[in-house]
Design a protein around this ligand. Sequence first.
Ligand SMILES: Nc1ncnc2c1ncn2[C@@H]1O[C@H](COP(=O)(O)OP(=O)(O)O)[C@@H](O)[C@H]1O
Ligand SMILES: [Mg+2]
Length: 381
Amino acid sequence: MKILLVDDNPANLLALESILADLGQELVKAYSGRQALRYLLNQDVAVILLDVNMPGMNGFETAELIRRRKRSEHTPIIFVSAIDQTQNHALQGYSLGAVDYLPTPATPEVLRSKVAVFIELFKKTQEVRRQEQALRALNAQLEQRVAERTAELQRSNEELQQFAYVVSHDLQEPLRVVASYVQQLAERYQDKLEAEANELISYALDGAKRMQQLIVDLLAYSRIDTTGQEFAPTDCEGVLQRVLSDLRVAIEESGAEVTHDPLPQVMADNVQLGQVLQNLLGNAIKFRSQEPPRIHVSARQEGQQWVFSVRDNGIGINPRYAERIFGIFERLHPRTEYPGTGIGLAICKKIVERHGGQIWVESEPGKGAAFFFTLPIKGST
Ligand SMILES: Nc1ncnc2c1ncn2[C@@H]1O[C@H](COP(=O)(O)OP(=O)(O)O)[C@@H](O)[C@H]1O
Ligand SMILES: [Mg+2]
């Protein structure tokens, strides 16, 4: 630790030195305010003992300049002065942010213990500062790591999507060949083969078709991010009407009744928003109970987002599977019971997330299901 002693009188400096020598700290002497200021330009000291009465720049002026500098604005200053108007001086000293004022000749014990206190304080402050710096460094390091991980994840995510795209694209062709030859086999040898052979052929054909559908679904899924349109003001009522007309046959056949509240305008890719509603409504019709489907679509504002819901009175879902059903090809029922590949909700999830929203379901078996998804209001008109 350094202690800066400022006095124009060498004898006084010598006296201070001998009093403070016991503290075992480095004592730096300055014979004028200017010299002190110069020293403080690039040095930190634990405390400054400043003579008030100096020729040229006096102690108060020096203190004022010391205070004005960022580096030394908080460095403790103890004024030491022989002059008599102690009261006055003391007041001026305190107003300059001096921490103390000592009349000379100083009592050695008093001076020593005061300075010792400031040294202690300085040590503590330095320790705190060191810890703060360490924390900052750690924090920066963490942030850096998170950024790296995020970039890494994004990269591998993109690679995975690319992979899914390439694989499904490349699989389509050989599969088309398989399907088409099996089909020809069935047509040409229908009468010439035993019943069992025909059955086996139909299984093969069925499998090939199913695989084709899975690949088409996978392709659609992997293209959501790449073929998505820019978001534009989208009238949700219009989107819903389009979806309802696409689903007309299914609605009529099932005797479904679809109602809705007024729906907002949002910033969205309207084709993809249509896909979301179509999948949710399609499911609500498909997974119906004995009752004819009653489906209600609504949207409510909640903070900075719209919360859409599609409620049905169908078979419901065990909450245990509430998350799982949003995964690719995850289904809770065999194909024979309900047709489908299990991609619909995965597509919904990906689309909603691309729009900055979330999707989830609330349901119980036998009590219908309510699917919710959010869209940010920010940027919508
Ligand atoms: N409205 C619903 N009511 C009951 N179960 C549902 C509903 N929607 C989805 N599910 C369950 O979630 C699974 C996944 O749905 P989805 O991804 O659309 O695939 P798919 O319709 O091809 O089965 C469904 O197989 C079904 O088990
Ligand atoms: Mg579906």
